[in-house]
Design a binder for this molecule. Structure first.
Ligand code: GMT
Length: 382
């Protein structure tokens, strides 16, 4: 099939999933076109994948680029030139709207939209945006959500008439696998110290302040621990200040955005995700694939990924005492930790590309079957 993947390029789960899906589909013989306003950071060397950059042109009179229109224009150009079968939209706004407009203009393409999280749980709650997002979803030929919880949110937020299919995120378990001796471990901690890791894009929804407060508490009972924070975003400055104010500067390391994630997960003893809302928690899954148990909040789709008492511990949102106690429990019980590390890897293997990507192929094929059509190869994919 000829598949266009429309996504955001910035460090964030939807861009990661879209890019990794593109790479997997390309390996499986599909022609892949990624459309974004920058090269997605996980794309790497895009051999066999076409990348189409959306220009963000400025005009002196109007300070903001016309993002929706620019995406639409690029899609129309790509559709005219490559006759795509499908545009797979990741993140409903503005992408689904641009895809629907492009179909109006260029015709003959199917649109499938995957909602990822805040497109529903944050933007979807804005009364003025709700009808616009609903329109993008209604006009898509098919809609998927990355967790059951997010699917339910779609129904409650938009009262959508159509079926929303759940296709969970996946992790490349061949790449995300624990390295026996992560070279980073000795750089991040001394002998005998434990490493607690967090990876995110440092937005308010990640509640970094809770993690730092819980770590402050943990230090009293477990001084031989270090907190490593990977990522960047609007909350970094506030988090750095909190670390300074609590006198934790020598115990907390801010690494910024990093590419060597497998080495970082492999150096970690625990992964912590204290989010307010999390539709899935892709970083938790990546950590689990590297045999790292997770302490997370019981919110959104996280309980679908992190199994309470099996692959990690779940605590109420904002409960820094419970967060700290859960970290202490896992760090203080080596047998429990080892069991959870092994089960984390086992669970992550269920979310391997081999298990999940065919579900996307069947999803695309379903759109064609429903319309009595076939993709451009004439073959059902997969
Ligand atoms: O919705 C967002 O916050 C952004 C989105 C992204 O583009 O990074 O993240 C969401 O999508 C990821 C991939 O499906 C999920 O793993 C994240 O849980 C989800 N984030 C939230 O729901 C906050």
């Amino acid at each position: 099939m000829k598949i266009g993947i429309l996504c955001f390029p910035t460090p964030g789960g939807s861009g990661v999933v879209a890019t990794e899906l593109g790479k997997e589909l390309s390996r499986r013989g599909h022609e892949i076109h990624i459309i974004s306003y920058e090269m997605p950071f996980r794309l790497g060397d895009p051999v066999n994948i076409h990348f189409h950059q959306v220009p963000l042109r400025e005009y002196p009179l109007f300070p903001h680029p016309f993002l929706t229109i620019e995406i639409t224009a690029k899609l129309v150009e790509v559709l005219d030139r490559y006759s795509l079968d499908i545009i797979h939209v990741h993140y409903a706004l503005p992408n689904a709207i641009s895809a629907v407009l492009a179909r109006e203009i260029a015709g003959r393409v199917r649109i499938v939209t995957t909602v990822h999280g805040t497109d529903v749980t944050v933007w979807g709650k804005e009364p003025s945006l709700q009808p616009v997002i609903r329109y993008g979803l209604e006009q898509s030929d098919a809609v998927s959500a990355v967790s059951h919880d997010l699917k339910n949110e779609v129904y409650t937020s938009f009262g959508l008439e159509k079926t929303v299919q759940v296709i969970p995120n996946f992790v490349d378990t061949r790449v995300f696998s624990r390295l026996p001796d992560s070279p980073l471990r000795s750089q991040l901690a001394r002998e005998g110290e434990k490493i607690i890791l967090h990876v995110s894009n440092f937005r308010p929804v990640k509640r970094l302040q809770d993690l730092i407060a819980a770590f402050f508490r943990l230090q009293r009972s477990n001084p031989k621990t270090r907190l490593v924070l990977v990522g960047d975003g609007t909350e970094r400055e506030t988090a750095e200040k909190l670390v300074q104010d609590l006198g934790l500067a020598s115990r907390v390391t801010f690494l910024g955005n990093r590419a060597e994630l497998v080495q970082l997960y492999s150096a970690a003893d625990l992964f912590v995700l204290p989010s307010e809302k999390e539709s899935f928690g892709l970083s938790a899954l990546e950590a689990m694939a590297c045999s790292v148990p997770v302490v997370a909040t019981e919110t959104g789709g996280l309980p679908e990924v992190v199994e309470q008492g099996k692959t990690g511990l779940l605590v109420p949102v904002g409960d820094t005492e419970a967060l700290s106690e859960s970290m202490a429990t896992l760090l203080g019980q080596p047998t429990l930790h080892a069991q959870m590390a092994a089960r984390s890897r086992e669970k992550a293997e269920k979310y391997s590309p081999e298990n999940i990507v065919p579900r996307y192929e069947a999803f695309y094929q379903g759109v064609f079957s429903a319309l009595g059509l076939q993709g451009s190869t004439g073959n059902p994919p997969g």
